[in-house]
Design a binder for this molecule. Sequence first.
Ligand SMILES: CC(C)(COP(=O)(O)OP(=O)(O)OC[C@H]1O[C@@H](n2cnc3c(N)ncnc32)[C@H](O)[C@@H]1OP(=O)(O)O)[C@@H](O)C(=O)NCCC(=O)NCCS
Length: 87
Amino acid sequence: MTQGTFDLYWIASNPLVRGQGVGAALVSGMEGDIRRRQGRLIRVETSAMEAYGPTRGFYAAMQYKEESRFRDFYKPGEDLIILAKRL
Ligand SMILES: CC(C)(COP(=O)(O)OP(=O)(O)OC[C@H]1O[C@@H](n2cnc3c(N)ncnc32)[C@H](O)[C@@H]1OP(=O)(O)O)[C@@H](O)C(=O)NCCC(=O)NCCS
């Protein structure tokens, strides 16, 4: 239903090997695959609670930027944040 837009629905690396490049390798592989499919835009949804925790550092390092925010989505005071990266 979109033109060249993809959704990074879920990503996780084994806690025993975090901080060793596994997450970056997964994102890089995904982005390469999306480029080959002529994709142009990747969306990630996360909660404000997660976004201000470790995952924010990860997505910032991967160049995903906040695109929009749905206030109080998860519960009062917990926003849904949409991050995006244009390839
Ligand atoms: C988010 C997650 C996938 C990162 O995986 P990882 O294997 O630790 O990531 P990497 O080691 O490849 O790190 C990639 C980059 O992100 C940065 N990063 C990773 N965790 C970070 C943290 N807690 N704080 C700041 N930066 C962080 C690294 O410094 C690295 O940046 P660099 O290349 O500039 O050095 C992992 O922490 C995880 O599985 N978390 C639980 C599930 C989750 O929250 N998923 C995302 C929400 S859907």
